[in-house]
Design a protein. Structure first.
Lengths: 270, 313
């Protein structure tokens, strides 16, 4: 279970570029649930994911994952509990190293790395078995540098690597956004399949309303560093893409309204 | 023949430098200039220890440790104190210049008639040569002591190459190589990439210092200036090695670095023999590295132009 309380982060504080990326976020994600985070550009959804992954240390608030308070842990230490897939298909794998070597890295995620041979025949067979599941023919190319593969193939392998050892939490940061539509659909399907199979707890940031409606069990909507809406259980089952877009419009209109009212009041009282 | 054996021996000794630099420059992609200082550190420390009556083996072991410490400090300057990698290397190299002078107490130490690591091999050879001071190779007489050092450095080189290859193929070694490739991915797999950088630089500079220690024993002196330009030298050797055998696989890359170093040393021996002024050596080396670095891009843009032209036709 992931429990976030009062999470706050301001970038470039006390400068003209000050950005309040996260404002007092509270979010609890149940074990085995799959949640999507949607929101406008700059709403803080990726920042939320990075705060959990440990790319930066939050200003205040706590993050508790599986009874570990992880908000002060360095990024590499959090990887013992968290599997990640990045937006950039090249970010999750080491290009010059072979498919097998990349996966071997993931087979020891968060564990000590002994001075024993990494890629043995036995390990390779084990890798081939699981890579076959992707149905991309990669099992015959385990010795090829991963940089020779397409973005979709690399993203599929990154997903496989992030879930090779069952993580307490799987973080997906717009992981299909940089792919062509066909690969994106395939990765989306694979994501659902792996999460169902291993009963993973997952948090996904996405731009695609369709994906948010199709894949997860819950949708959290963010705007300006705050959670503005939360569709769970029955509400999630009923929700359609146009509902989400309507909610976006409403949030934005309310904001415009707030601003114009504020201006009016200022003009009257100052 | 003596000249060739000599060039080979120096080539083998310096290939430890190339192997060290292979770890920093090629594996973790760290442009490490500490090398120029740590090779002298290895030479000066082992020279002083040998003069103080230490065994030459213990002396080179200490040189390795001292080099590792220097490398680790460069790594810490970069990772903990966020100093740019080149500047971190320059700071350490500059500091090492004074440290080396301190260790030696003067600017050079001659090692005349002192024991070297090849002592055991030499005694074995002397026995087989039945008291003679030379051994015939292809009809040429070669001094036993030269041959002994050649064999010892060859053994060093082969053993270290095998150990290093095996090491880089372990789980730990795989993580080390991935650190240079994609630090983000390495962190996401639960490895502290900063620790990896510090460790790699320690290992790298340890090997470089080891090379310096052997060089001092072979040449019979340690000099505070001997490290100048060694980094470029090692880089040139690595580039030649990659051109010779490519870089598909760890074993091949490592073999390439060794072959490259020996070939480069042979080329230099030939050039000097043909009358190249030794003072111009570093300029020629620098020019060579420049050409080697630029040539691939030049050829790429050349072939692109060529292809574009044929597309129009």
């Amino acid at each position: 279970m992931l429990k976030i309380q009062g999470l706050t982060k301001t970038f470039f504080p006390n400068t003209v570029n000050e950005v309040k990326a996260l404002r007092n976020i509270d979010l609890t994600i149940k074990e085995g649930s799959f949640t999507a985070v949607i929101g406008t550009n700059g709403s803080g959804k990726s920042t939320l994911l990075n705060a959990i992954a440990g790319t930066f240390i939050p200003d205040s608030g706590s993050i508790v994952l599986d009874n570990n308070q992880i908000d002060q842990w360095p990024e590499y230490k959090r990887a013992t509990l968290i599997g990640r897939v990045f937006q950039n298909p090249f970010a999750g794998t080491a290009a010059e190293m072979s498919i097998a070597e990349n996966i071997v890295m993931a087979m020891k995620r968060g564990e000590s790395r002994p001075l024993t041979m990494a890629v043995t025949k036995k390990v390779k067979d084990e890798i081939a078995d699981r890579v076959r599941m992707l149905k991309m023919g990669l099992e015959d190319r385990l010795d090829n540098p991963i940089g020779t593969l397409s973005g979709g193939q690399r993203q599929a392998l990154t997903l496989l690597m992030a879930t090779w050892l069952k993580p307490k939490l799987l973080l997906l940061d717009e992981h299909t956004a940089a792919l062509d539509p066909k690969s994106a659909a395939k990765i989306a399907e694979l994501t659902r399949q792996i999460i169902d199979q291993d009963k993973l707890t997952a948090l996904m940031v996405t731009h695609s309303m369709q994906q948010a409606v199709d894949l997860p069990d819950r949708i959290v909507m963010m705007h300006r560093g705050q959670i503005v809406d939360d569709f769970q259980d029955e509400a999630k089952k009923r929700v359609r893409t146009h509902d989400l877009i309507d909610t976006f419009d409403r949030v934005q209109k309310r904001e415009l309204f707030d601003e114009s009212v504020a201006k009016l009041l200022l003009a009257q009282y100052c | 023949m003596n000249l060739i054996i000599g060039a080979f021996t120096i080539g083998l000794i310096l290939s430890l430098l190339s192997l060290g630099m292979l770890i920093s420059f090629r594996m973790i992609k760290f442009t490490d200039i500490t090398v120029d200082g740590s090779i002298t550190l290895g030479a000066s420390l082992s020279a002083v220890l040998i003069m103080a009556g230490w065994s030459p083996w213990l002396a080179i072991a200490m040189a390795f440790l001292a080099g590792s410490m220097a490398g680790a400090i460069t790594g810490i300057l970069h990772t903990k104190f966020k100093i740019q990698e080149i500047l971190a290397g320059i700071l350490m190299m500059t500091a090492l210049y004074s440290i080396n002078l301190r260790i030696m107490g003067r600017s050079n130490i001659p090692l005349l008639d002192t024991k070297t690591v090849s002592e055991g091999t030499k005694n074995l050879l002397l026995q087989s040569a039945e008291g003679g001071k030379n051994i015939l190779i292809l009809g040429w007489p070669v001094p036993v002591s030269d041959l002994a050092f050649f064999i010892t450095s060859l053994a060093f080189c082969i053993i270290l190459a095998i150990v290093l290859t095996r090491f880089l193929l372990t789980h730990f070694g795989t993580a080390l190589r991935a650190t240079g490739n994609n630090p983000q991915m390495v962190r996401a797999q639960g490895v502290n990439n900063n620790t990896m950088v510090v460790f790699s630089l320690a290992l790298s500079n340890g090997l470089v210092a080891l090379s310096g220690a052997l060089l001092a024993q072979y040449q019979g002196f340690a000099d505070v200036q001997m490290g100048i330009g060694m980094m470029v030298w090692g880089l040139a050797s690595i580039i030649i090695g990659e051109a010779l055998v490519g870089k598909s696989g760890i074993g091949i890359t490592i073999t390439g670095a060794i072959l490259g170093t020996i070939l480069f040393r042979l080329l230099i021996a030939i050039a000097l023999r043909w009358g190249l002024n030794p003072n111009d050596l570093k300029l020629v080396t620098a020019l060579f590295v420049f050409v080697a670095l630029v040539a691939p891009y030049f050829f790429k843009s050349f072939s692109k132009k060529f292809l574009r032209g044929s597309n129009h036709a």
